[in-house]
Design a protein around this ligand. Sequence first.
Ligand SMILES: NC(=O)C1=CN([C@@H]2O[C@H](COP(=O)(O)OP(=O)(O)OC[C@H]3O[C@@H](n4cnc5c(N)ncnc54)[C@H](O)[C@@H]3O)[C@@H](O)[C@H]2O)C=CC1
Ligand SMILES: O=C(O)CCC(=O)C(=O)O
Length: 449
Amino acid sequence: MSLKNAYLQKVYDKVVAKNPNEAEFQQAVYEVLESITPAIEKNPAYEKANIIERMVEPERMITFRVTWVDDNGNVQVNRGFRVQFNSAIGPYKGGLRLHPSVCASVIKFLGFEQVLKNSLTTLPMGGGKGGSDFDPKGKSDMEIMRFCQSFMTELAKHIGADTDVPAGDIGVGAREVGYLFGQYKRLRNEFTGVLTGKGLSFGGSLVRTEATGYGLCYFVEEMLKDSNTSFAGKEVVVSGSGNVAIYAAEKAMELGAKVIAMSDSNGYVVDEAGIKLDVVKQIKEVERKRIKEYAERVEGAQYHEGCKGIWTVKCDIALPCATQNEIDLESAKALVANGCKVVGEGANMPSTIDAINYFLDNKVLFAPAKAANAGGVATSGLEMSQNSERLSWTFEEVDAKLHSIMVNIYKNAATTAKEYGFEGNLVVGANIAGFLKVADAMLAQGYAY
Ligand SMILES: NC(=O)C1=CN([C@@H]2O[C@H](COP(=O)(O)OP(=O)(O)OC[C@H]3O[C@@H](n4cnc5c(N)ncnc54)[C@H](O)[C@@H]3O)[C@@H](O)[C@H]2O)C=CC1
Ligand SMILES: O=C(O)CCC(=O)C(=O)O
């Protein structure tokens, strides 16, 4: 990997040396450093203050033991993480992921991306991320609760409504946030907006559940408008079938598209007649079963084993909403060969660097994750505002604010790309726009920060 700018290359080499075996973190840093090169060269103050080396080093990284007892009385041990990456523009903010693949590299890549994403929302939120290698698959409700209570017993020492406000991510939804919030309240004896994604009866915000998926479609809709087209009549493939995927599919359908395939980590279903979302919601949100069930319940639908094959399904628009690096170069080539013209990233870093470059080289309209999936955290920011005011806004109010935030993020990324000579490249536009706000706040706060 080589960068054109010597200062950025020096910083990247240090990142590799100091974070060996952290492929995801190195990848996220590389993508950002490559695309912010014009901003670094335009303003020497950033290099003089060594802003980049400061930005790639987390302010704080907490690793802890999480001990819990399973239903058979066995004592289980997992590893918990919280990275408090950057607080230049607000309290640390970002989700918690429960998945066996969680490790320092995954948490750091997510935390680093979150810093720039939160900056793009225009709301005052720094970046953080956390989670554990705990695998929620197959666990009983009581096991999930005991794990969450143990996890929060340590995490509570490090977070707070004005310090660090976690939320959900893979494997963490309303149920887990509820258990985490209950334990925090019990330990601290205070009712504060310390987590977002809470239940509506205890400080949650309307639209937070739908926000990431809806926001993704609002962003893509804006990008399509600029090319004189829309979702109407398009065939869409959505990977995943979790929180982001379900509500991205719902909004795409509302905007006139037909969603023809969805997946989970075991495989994917194709329904040429259009995915019945009520069936997916029943399987995934209520019964917590595998997507395979869909083909057993809906006539005409087919199930295919293995999740990667979803990218060989012919479509106009692809919305990767499952996990990192789910689209590699081979999948990108298959999408383009089949006529896919638009990719909107709902998941964090779902495309490899080679895949992104292939999309850009082939004139695919590409909406990068940091910008396109920022609707979730933006609505978390709105939940924080409501908690501070001790008010609850209506669905319409929150949805209208989310919509306007996503339109602004698109405009900011598109305008910034143009300003720096990369018209149409939203990767460059989003990374530079997100970076400038954080970097300027860091400059203003002195070198000890
Ligand atoms: N929940 C949120 O508000 C936000 C989530 N994200 C990102 O969106 C992605 C999905 O998160 P959620 O929907 O919240 O998680 P979730 O836990 O609700 O759903 C994840 C889904 O992806 C599936 N999956 C996992 N690995 C897969 C693979 N290799 N191929 C196909 N499917 C796979 C799972 O079976 C599940 O259906 C993650 O990258 C997350 O970081 C980004 C912004 C906000
Ligand atoms: O709502 C939040 O704070 C977290 C959202 C998140 O984890 C993400 O944007 O990746």
